[in-house]
Ligand binder design. Structure first.
Ligand SMILES: NC(=O)c1ccc[n+]([C@@H]2O[C@H](COP(=O)([O-])OP(=O)(O)OC[C@H]3O[C@@H](n4cnc5c(N)ncnc54)[C@H](OP(=O)(O)O)[C@@H]3O)[C@@H](O)[C@H]2O)c1
Length: 232
């Protein structure tokens, strides 16, 4: 008899927000156990109910504090505005030791969000690694996917570039890309995240110029993607 694979528990810190909730929805749909994290557990529970309202009670989605979500999960995803990046990471640093952090943060500096403005560490993902230390693997992904594409079941045409502190961490993150219904590419070491985070400002500029809201990227000229969508 076939048994369903036991998938990891993913904490989505800032999962009450636009991008995090969309990712939580897609991973819950793929069978992962999802903990939506927030500064306010009531707000997290409301976001979890919203996702459950779309997917039904066969999926696992719970809301709790960022800290508790980080403690209980194997993989932790960070989806907060850059202004809250350091503070949120410092608050969960202990819980993250020995785990994988997938950083979705783009270091936008409002109001000039169409201009690339990287932090001194080089990128938000490198800054996360410096804050968390060598015992935490950090990958960077999903910065070029608009939240508007995530929070519904339609297929998404855009690709996801994944950088990270080790090949293993990138492979683990590419599995999450596939589970979210996207094609992912191993884009190399964490130092390359500057390009991908910076690309978001370019896409925002393209959106403004073209009157669209969800411009994305697609890799062409290759024989096959690093990952392919498979329904779990
Ligand atoms: N929106 C997109 O389409 C998109 C696309 C790609 C990448 N991103 C990146 O993903 C990240 C999240 O974007 P988003 O649009 O989802 O943001 P958001 O909806 O504005 O915020 C996400 C969550 O972050 C927490 N937060 C907000 N301000 C905070 C603060 N000052 N201190 C601590 N926590 C705070 C809130 O959670 P609680 O109040 O529940 O704690 C909020 O629900 C950003 O770095 C963004 O650049 C976004």
């Amino acid at each position: 008899m076939d048994t369903a694979p036991v998938l990891s528990t993913i904490a989505v810190l800032g999962g009450t927000g636009k991008e995090g909730k969309g990712l939580a929805y897609r991973w819950a749909k793929a069978g992962y156990r999802i903990l939506i994290g927030s500064r306010n557990p009531e707000k997290a529970r409301a976001a979890a109910l919203e996702v459950l309202g779309l997917l039904g009670d066969k999926v696992f989605v719970e809301g709790t504090t960022n800290t508790r979500a980080a403690e209980l999960a194997e993989i932790v995803v960070l989806a907060v505005p850059y202004a809250a990046h350091r503070e949120t990471l410092e608050s969960v640093s202990e819980a993250l030791q020995g785990k994988l952090l997938v950083d979705v943060t783009v270091p936008l500096v409002p109001p000039k969000v169409t201009k690339v403005q990287m932090p001194p560490a080089g990128s938000a993902a490198q800054e996360a690694h410096a804050i968390l230390g060598q015992n935490v693997q950090v990958t960077s992904a999903f910065q070029n996917i608009s939240h508007e594409l995530l929070f519904h079941p339609e297929p998404i045409e855009c690709d996801v570039l994944v950088t990270g502190t080790s090949k293993e961490a990138r492979q683990e993150t590419l599995k999450l890309v596939v589970a979210a219904g996207l094609t992912g590419w191993d884009a190399g070491p964490i130092e390359n995240s500057v390009v991908i985070e910076g690309l978001t400002s370019v896409l925002i500029n393209i959106n403004r110029e073209s009157g669209s809201t969800n411009a994305g990227i697609k890799i062409t000229g290759t024989h096959s993607g690093s990952t392919h969508y498979i329904a779990l």
